[in-house]
Design a protein. Structure first.
Length: 338
């Protein structure tokens, strides 16, 4: 029996009952699955739910289509989209239901701690570490948490955030299948979606002519590489990267192309936020990257020997540029003399 829980959290169940669907229902399921993937690729946020049976089975068909497209960026974006879709429902669940999902479906050890002001929870540190490792904000580091007898104390919102990570991994697992022949009834749909993926991701990332990768500070270099490969970056890390790139000559279009690798990419929102950060007219403030001390507080600092002589990532870049150009000049002179 398919109920609303199946619709909200289809990844918690096995796709049983496909053989009982009528041809008409199966057609609707496929239509919804394709629309679900279009939402994933274009909007980055879900629309209203369809009828229970169609909505539930469409998740599995969408997962299957993603596995056939066989693109890591699409897989990550789909997993992120679906996990965030479920987050809206998780936030409304009662405490007991949340702990049941965490324990029964994801194997957490989790307890409820009744407080005078609000309910807290404690989760075993292994489950905490497993699900917080990709969250870059300093508050999630174990050293900054309340750890007691192997359990980490967290709030309800934090449980939901950690469950989102577990859900992403669960969904990613569903998109991993061996190479199989694409069924005839899906070939045209998959080809359409593949073309949409190409349009969304764009072509090879353009790079400002004044940009010198070798001169980047270590922290910015890490952010830049993560952006190119689609690895998760926190909002603070993205802000730091954007403000730096703008100040070394990147255009809005170049940054948009760079950010297309992120699984949660939404071009409209990206351009809006870039306009706010960069400033599109004289009345708007143009932001600069945080100072090194601030980057250290964020937990992003990965210093090299050159960092000791600077207090700002822009100073590092300018000095590194000067040093590289001096080396290039010396090399050119040596060639002339030889």
């Amino acid at each position: 029996m398919i109920d609303f829980d199946h619709v909200k959290y289809p990844f918690l169940f096995e796709p049983e009952g496909f053989e009982q669907l009528t041809n008409e229902e199966m057609t609707l399921v496929c239509e919804r699955a394709v629309k679900r993937l279009r939402e994933t690729l274009q909007k980055g946020e879900p629309t209203q739910l369809w009828a229970d049976t169609v909505e539930y089975f469409s998740f599995f068909v969408a997962s299957y289509i993603v596995s056939l497209i066989n693109d890591d960026w699409v897989k990550k974006r789909f997993a992120l989209f679906e996990s965030r879709r479920s987050t809206a429902f998780l936030k409304k669940e009662k405490d007991m239901r949340l702990t049941d999902i965490a324990q029964t479906h994801f194997g957490w050890e989790i307890n409820t701690i009744m407080g005078s002001k609000k309910t807290l929870f404690e989760v075993d540190f292994r489950s905490y570490l497993k699900n917080s490792v990709s969250i870059r904000e300093p508050k999630w580091k174990l050293i900054n948490r309340d750890l007691r007898k192997g359990f980490v104390r967290i709030s309800k919102d934090e449980i939901v955030r950690l469950l989102e990570e577990s859900i992403q991994r669960r969904i990613l697992e569903r998109t991993k299948i061996g190479l199989v022949e694409v069924p005839d009834f899906l070939k045209e749909r998959i080809e359409t979606l593949r073309n949409l993926v190409k349009r969304q991701r764009g072509t090879e990332i353009g790079v400002s002519k004044t940009f010198v990768f070798e001169a980047l500070p270590p922290c910015i270099r890490d952010f830049y590489q993560s952006a190119r490969t689609g690895k998760h970056l926190s909002h603070t890390a993205r802000f730091t990267l954007v403000t730096f790139l703008v100040n070394v000559g990147f255009s809005v279009d170049e940054i948009v192309e760079l950010f297309k690798s992120f699984s949660d990419f939404d071009e409209r929102k990206t351009r809006y936020h870039l306009g706010t950060i960069i400033g599109t007219d004289k009345e708007k403030t143009r932001y600069f990257p945080p100072k090194c001390d601030t980057i250290k507080r964020y937990g992003f600092c990965v210093p090299d020997g050159f960092c000791k002589s600077v207090r700002h990532p822009m100073s590092y870049y300018r000095k590194a540029l000067f040093r590289l150009r001096r080396i290039d000049s010396s090399t050119s002179m040596e060639r002339v003399l030889l």
